[in-house]
Ligand binder design. Structure first.
Ligand SMILES: Nc1ncnc2c1ncn2[C@@H]1O[C@H](COP(=O)(O)OP(=O)(O)O)[C@@H](O)[C@H]1O
Ligand SMILES: [Mg+2]
Length: 460
C-alpha cells in the first residue's frame, strides 16, 4: 500500500473522516478483521453471518490505523456510503499513482486462478509483482489486491471474475489492464448469465477494455474466445494447440501422476516444458501464462524454466497425494462446473490407468435451467471414462447418477450418499491399494474436508 492519511482516504472515497486526520495507513487493506495488522485499513462489510462493523475496534486494537465503514464505529474511521465503491476508488487512485506498473488481467470460466498463479511465477522473474492470493477476483478481492501495490511494484497480475454482464468492465475500470488473457467460455455461472453467448459477451469485456497499444491474449482452441479478436482495439496474441496459434504446445504427454509435459513453441523458438501441476487442462493455462510473460518481456528460457519450476499456489485445485496404503487422492474440491469436472475426470482416468478410479462428486451450482441436463451429461462422461465408482454427494447431485446409468456399457457402481461423512464411510469399505479417488464439487459443498479426511489430515 502506498501510504495514505485517513484524511486523504476520505477525500479519495468521498467519505467522512471520523478521528485523527493525520493517522496514516501504511499496511494492508483487509476485510477480514482477523487479518488486520499494524498500520492497515480494515474495511467493514456486513456479511450473511456477521457484520464487520462489530469487529472495527478489534481491528484497531490489532494495529489497524483506521476503518472504512458505512456506519459510525468507536475508532478512527472514514464513513462511506458503499464499501466496495470506496475500495474501487482507492484502488484506482493507487493505480493512477503508480504509472510504472504494468497491469495484466486474466479471465475465463475455468482455470483463472491456476493461470494467474502460473503467470505470477513467471512475471516475478521480471520484477516485483503483485498477484492475488487464491481467488481474490471480484469487487472486493480485486481492489484489495491492487491496494497491496506500492512504489516498488512493477507488475500487477489480476484475476477477474464475473457473475453477470458488466462485472468485468467494472473491474477493468478499477485497474485498467494493458494485457488481457481470456482462457475459455464455459458453463461456470451460466445460469446467472443466461447461456454461453452471454458468458462470452461478459468475458470479452476484458479485451474490450484494453487500449490500442495493449495485448489481447486469446485461446485459439476455443472459438468463442478467438472470436473476441474482433472486439478489441489491442493487438491479438493467440495460444493453444492449434497449428497457427502464436504460442503453442505440441507433443503433449502426461506422466503417471497426470503431470503434462509439452514442447512450447513461440515466435522466439521452442523449449520442452514439464509442469509440476496435474491435469492436461493445465497446458492451456501454462500457454496463456507463457504468452503473457513473453509479451511483458520474459525470454523463452525464462518462460520454460519458470513453467517447470512453478508450483500450485492456491489450495484444493488438483492436489494429488498418495496415502501410506497406496490409495491416491485428488483433491480438486475448490469448485466445479461441467468443464472443470470433465477436466478433472480426464486426470482421474489417467491416474487410474492401472487401478480403479472413484469420483466423489457434489452438486455443480449456478447452472440455471440447464442444471439437470448438465449433471446428467457429466455423469455420463464419468461413466464413459471407465470409473469403478461414482459417488454423488447430496440430493442435488443425484442426476449425475442418472446420467451415468444411461451408459449401458458401464460396469462401475453408481452410489448416492447424503453428505461427506457418508461418502467417507462408503469409501472406507471400497478403497484398496492402487485405487485413485477424485473429490470435487462446487464451493458451497465444501468437500475438501472429505479429501482431508481421506488423507488422515485434520479438516482445514
Ligand atoms: N483450462 C481449464 N479448462 C477446464 N478446466 C480447468 C482449466 N483449468 C482448471 N480447470 C479446472 O477448474 C478447477 C478450478 O481451477 P481454478 O484455476 O481455480 O479456476 P477458476 O479460478 O477459474 O475458478 C481446477 O481444479 C480444474 O478442475
Ligand atoms: Mg479463481
Amino acid at each position: 500500500m502506498i501510504p495514505l492519511s485517513l484524511a486523504r482516504i476520505a477525500e479519495i472515497t468521498g467519505g467522512q473522516l471520523r478521528g485523527d486526520p493525520s493517522a496514516v495507513v501504511t499496511g494492508e487493506v483487509v476485510i477480514d478483521s482477523r487479518r488486520a495488522g499494524p498500520g492497515g485499513l480494515f474495511a467493514a462489510v456486513a456479511g450473511e453471518r456477521s457484520d464487520g462493523h462489530d469487529f472495527a475496534a478489534a481491528a484497531v486494537a490489532a494495529g489497524a490505523a483506521g476503518v472504512l465503514a458505512t456506519r459510525p464505529v468507536p475508532v478512527p474511521s472514514v464513513l462511506v456510503a458503499d464499501v466496495p465503491a470506496a475500495l474501487a476508488a482507492l484502488a484506482r487512485f493507487v493505480v493512477d499513482a503508480l504509472p510504472a506498473v504494468r497491469v495484466a488481467g486474466i479471465t475465463g470460466s475455468s482455470g483463472k486462478t491456476s493461470t494467474k498463479d502460473l503467470a505470477a511465477q513467471l512475471v516475478e522473474r521480471l520484477g516485483p509483482t503483485i498477484a492475488p492470493a487464491g481467488s481474490f477476483n471480484n469487487e472486493f478481492g480485486l481492489p484489495l489486491t491492487v491496494l497491496r501495490a506500492d512504489a516498488a511494484t512493477r507488475y500487477l497480475v489480476l484475476e477477474l471474475s464475473a457473475r453477470g454482464l458488466g462485472h468485468i468492465a467494472y473491474l477493468c475500470r478499477i485497474a485498467p489492464p494493458r494485457y488481457g488473457a481470456v482462457l475459455n467460455v464455459g458453463h461456470a455461472h451460466a445460469g446467472e448469465f443466461g447461456g454461453l453467448g452471454q458468458v462470452a459477451r461478459a468475458k470479452g469485456e476484458l479485451v474490450e477494455a484494453l487500449p490500442p497499444g495493449g495485448v489481447a491474449i486469446l485461446n485459439a482452441d476455443d472459438p468463442r474466445v478467438l472470436a473476441m479478436a474482433s472486439r478489441t482495439p489491442a493487438r491479438v496474441v493467440t495460444f493453444g494447440c492449434q497449428v497457427g496459434a502464436l504460442v503453442r504446445a505440441a507433443d503433449v504427454r502426461l506422466d503417471d501422476l497426470g503431470r503434462p509435459s509439452f514442447t512450447l513453441l513461440t515466435p522466439e523458438g521452442s523449449a520442452r516444458v514439464a509442469l509440476r501441476l496435474h491435469g492436461a487442462h493445465n497446458v492451456p493455462n501454462a500457454l496463456a501464462a507463457a504468452a503473457l510473460a513473453g509479451e511483458l518481456g520474459l525470454g523463452l528460457d525464462g518462460i520454460a524454466d519458470g513453467l517447470c519450476a512453478a508450483v500450485a499456489r492456491s489450495r484444493w485445485r488438483m492436489e494429488v497425494r498418495q496415502r501410506g496404503d497406496g490409495v491416491t487422492v485428488i483433491n480438486d474440491a475448490y469448485n466445479a462446473n461441467p468443464e472443470s469436472v470433465r477436466a478433472a475426470l480426464d486426470a482421474l482416468a489417467h491416474l487410474a490407468q492401472d487401478g480403479r478410479g472413484f469420483a466423489v462428486l457434489g452438486h455443480m451450482a449456478e447452472l440455471g435451467g440447464s442444471s439437470r441436463a448438465s449433471h446428467e451429461e457429466v455423469g455420463a462422461y464419468a461413466a464413459r471414462s471407465g470409473l469403478a465408482g461414482l459417488i454423488a454427494v447430496g440430493e442435488e447431485a443425484a442426476p449425475l447418477l442418472a446420467g451415468a446409468r444411461q451408459v449401458r456399457s458401464w460396469r462401475g457402481e453408481a452410489l448416492a450418499v447424503p453428505d461427506g461423512a457418508a461418502a467417507l464411510e462408503m469409501l472406507a469399505n471400497l478403497l484398496k491399494p492402487g485405487d485413485v479417488v477424485l473429490v470435487k464439487a462446487s464451493r458451497a459443498a465444501r468437500l475438501e474436508g472429505v479429501a482431508a479426511d481421506l488423507l488422515g489430515e485434520a479438516d482445514r
